[in-house]
Ligand binder design. Structure first.
Ligand code: SF4
Ligand code: SF4
Length: 236
C-alpha cells in the first residue's frame, strides 16, 4: 500500500517518529508542537524558507506561564549591535530544538534548528504548522495559551505528517482589547506599526537587574484567549 508515495511500513515508522518527537518535545520543555510540510513556505522569499534539503518544519512553542520567562539579557552593547540579546525562554526552546535534532539524527535523518536572521518567520511558521492564527495584535494566537508563547523551529528531511492549518479560524471578531491596550498605538488602523512598537518598547524597558529587562507585553497580556500568565491549571 502506498501513502504520499511512501511504502506503508515507512509511513508507520514516520508516524511513530512524529509521536516520539511530540512526546519528547513536551517532556523536554515545550508546551506545543506543530508540523508543517515545507511546500507551505513557497510564498516567502528564499531567505525565509526552510533549506532545500528539508521536508518538514517542526515548530515549538513555550507558554510564558510567568512573565519572568520573557526576561531578556541585554549586555551594555546591545543597542550598538542593533538587536537585543538572549531571552530566557528562547534558551529553553533552543535546548529542546537541539535535543530533537540529535534525536532525528540518531534515527538516520538530517535535522537542524532553524536560523533566526535571515530565517523563518516564526509566527507564520506556527500558523503553517497548525498551532494557531495571527490575531489583531500581530501575534500567533493559540487555543491553549493565546499569544503568551515564544516560538522556535527546526527543519528535518524526515517527511512527517503535517498538521492541519486552521483555515478561517478567527479568535478576534469584535474584540479590540490589544489595540486599546497598546501604549504606542502601534495596532491602530488594522496594521502593525513595527517602528512605533519597537521605539516604545526600547524606551520603556522594565529593569529587573543591571542587565536584565522585560519588554512591553501589554498586547499579549490583555488577550482573553487561552491560559493567562500566572494562571492556575484548569482555568483555560
Ligand atoms: S486581544 Fe482580542 S483582538 Fe487582540 S488578539 Fe486577542 S482576541 Fe484578538
Ligand atoms: S508590545 Fe507593547 S508597544 Fe508593541 S504592539 Fe504590543 S502593546 Fe504595543
Amino acid at each position: 500500500m502506498e501513502k504520499r508515495g511512501l511504502h506503508v511500513s515507512k509511513v508507520t515508522a514516520l508516524d511513530h517518529l512524529k509521536r516520539l518527537i511530540q512526546e519528547k518535545a513536551i517532556k523536554w520543555g515545550a508546551d506545543l508542537v506543530g508540523f508543517a510540510d515545507i511546500s507551505r513556505f513557497t510564498r516567502y522569499h528564499i531567505d525565509h524558507r526552510p533549506p532545500n534539503k528539508a521536508k518538514t518544519t517542526i515548530v515549538l512553542a513555550l507558554w510564558i506561564e510567568d512573565p519572568i520567562l520573557d526576561l531578556w539579557l541585554h549586555p551594555p552593547s546591545w543597542k550598538v549591535q542593533g538587536k537585543p540579546d538572549r531571552a530566557f525562554e528562547d534558551e529553553v526552546l533552543r535546548g529542546v530544538s537541539l535535543r530533537l535534532s540529535l534525536l532525528l539524527e540518531r534515527e538516520g535523518y538530517w535535522a537542524n534548528p532553524a536560523e533566526y536572521e535571515p530565517g523563518l518567520y516564526l509566527k507564520e511558521a506556527g500558523v503553517l504548522a497548525g498551532l494557531g492564527v495571527i490575531g489583531k495584535n500581530n501575534l500567533l494566537i493559540t487555543k491553549a495559551y493565546g499569544p503568551r508563547i515564544r516560538l522556535r523551529a527546526l527543519n528535518t528531511d524526515a517527511l512527517l505528517e503535517p498538521d492541519l492549518i486552521h483555515q478561517g479560524l478567527n479568535y478576534c471578531h469584535n474584540c479590540r482589547k490589544c489595540i486599546d491596550a497598546c501604549p504606542a498605538n502601534a495596532l491602530d488602523g488594522g496594521a502593525y506599526n513595527k517602528e512605533a512598537c519597537r521605539s516604545y518598547c526600547e524606551d520603556h524597558l522594565k529593569k529587573v537587574s543591571e542587565y536584565s529587562v522585560l519588554w512591553c507585553m501589554a498586547c499579549s497580556t490583555v488577550c482573553p484567549i487561552g491560559k493567562s500568565s500566572h494562571s492556575q491549571l484548569g482555568d483555560e
